[in-house]
Write a protein that binds this ligand. Structure first.
Ligand code: NIG
Ligand code: FE
Length: 399
């Protein structure tokens, strides 16, 4: 129930006439993981959800919004993006769509453009892609450095990111900086030394691209361990382009998430299943690189927690749309619509070790996405259609 003692500055709002409300609270509604409530209402007070349930039982509030029989889901939690960049890789994309394979080398193009950009230009890019994501229902996002690869450029990227989100990731180990092409060990020393010292104050997470052509398992272990010693929590780009040690390393280091997970052995799947490391799948990358899909079904059947995110970046996945990723995951990765919606909300929150976002339960942030559809299933059933008709972030209507 709503406290009657609330002040005018925390006015309460009732959103009612919700045909289908996804709470992600299995103890609500239909008892499924989505905790689906039909003919539901939500009460927001200040920046929080204070009540959800059957609309006929909703408490009295100051304001009222009629959802007109549409569906409400928790705002999407995009737990993997690379938004601090400049420039464009249209030519590379064109070449790829004519048959050229994707490789980590394209990252260098964006590094050069990002280094050359002003702070204002980078800031304007982040703002633009965030707006774009918000209009598509994303209310929490993680974003990374990784296109600077010098002490100053990495710290600058993180400062710019930190002005927009708490979920900031230091990815100095995206590729070996071009200046260190002949001295990768020297670059790892920089990433774990001076660069880490400059970056750690601006970040929550540390990430490594563990892949042929980027960093091997031993380098990745050294980098993530150094980050942990500075108070950063590990996450990792693992097993994207080939089989490799990334996923097992994630589990060994209790990383919050192993991201991509496209090429997995049975031992990799078992390791994830026996851990609290989330497998974050990024279908925009397979779409945009014409690669083989990650097998979400195999992971889910093994009991692994799966998140779905965009990987928004100018090289491998230039989409900011979580609904697009949900549709791909359902069509091509063996997920049900319910599983994909859970993974894009509660799954993303788990990948960020958060329980205050990704669900609509009393105490959680009032981050809600209103769909121009009677059911969350339409996110997959109506691919490519702009279904987001309203967004509340921290209790405020922003779309
Ligand atoms: O997650 N895999 C490494 N990093 C990005 C790609 C970055 C780029 O191509 O610019 C990814 O796909
Ligand atoms: Fe990525």
């Amino acid at each position: 129930t709503v406290s009657p003692a609330h002040s005018a500055s925390t006015a309460s709002t009732l959103i009612t006439n919700i045909a289908a409300l996804v709470t992600n609270d299995p103890s609500s509604g239909d008892g499924s993981p989505l905790g689906l409530v039909q003919d539901a209402a939500v009460v927001i007070e200040g920046d929080r959800v204070v009540w959800t349930g059957d609309q006929s039982k909703a408490p009295a509030t100051d304001n009222r919004v009629d959802a007109e029989g549409r569906a409400v889901v928790p705002g999407f939690v995009d737990s993997h993006s690379h938004l601090v960049f400049a420039g464009d890789r249209t030519q590379e994309f064109n070449a790829r769509m004519s048959g050229r394979p994707y490789g980590a080398g394209g990252i260098r193009t964006t590094v050069a453009a990002t280094r050359a950009a002003s702070d204002e230009e980078l800031e304007a890019n982040v703002t633009r892609y965030l707006r774009e994501a918000l209009r598509q229902g994303t209310t929490t996002f993680e974003t990374k450095s990784g296109y600077g690869l010098t002490v100053e450029d990495e710290a600058r990227a993180l400062r710019i990111a930190a002005a927009h989100t708490d979920e900031v990731t230091y990815l100095g180990a995206h590729i070996v900086a071009p200046e260190f092409a002949e001295d990768p060990a020297g670059y790892v020393a920089l990433v774990t030394g001076e660069m880490l010292d400059a970056c750690a104050p601006h970040a929550r997470w540390i990430d490594v691209f563990c892949e042929k052509g980027a960093f091997d398992g031993d380098q990745a272990r050294a980098i993530l361990t150094a980050g942990k010693a500075k108070g950063l929590h590990p996450r990792i780009h693992a097993n994207q382009l080939s089989y490799g040690p990334g996923v097992q390393l994630a589990v060994e280091l209790d990383a919050a998430s192993a991201d991509h997970c496209t090429h997995l052995t049975d031992a990799d799947v078992d390791a994830l299943a026996g851990s609290r490391t989330v497998a974050t799948l990024l279908p925009g990358a397979e779409f945009s690189t014409r690669a083989e899909w990650p097998d979400a079904r195999r992971l889910l059947d093994a009991g692994v927690t799966v998140a779905l995110s965009t990987d928004c970046n100018p090289g491998s996945s230039f989409t900011s749309s979580v609904p697009f990723c949900v549709a791909l995951a359902v069509r091509d990765m063996g997920m049900t619509p319910d599983e994909a919606v859970w993974s894009a909300t509660a799954g993303g929150a788990a990948a960020l070790r958060r329980d205050d976002v990704g669900r609509l339960t009393p105490g959680a942030y009032a981050d809600l996405t209103l769909l121009d559809a009677p059911s969350h299933v339409h996110l997959a059933y109506r691919p490519g259609v702009p279904l987001v008709s309203g967004v509340w972030r921290r209790g405020e209507r922003v779309v």
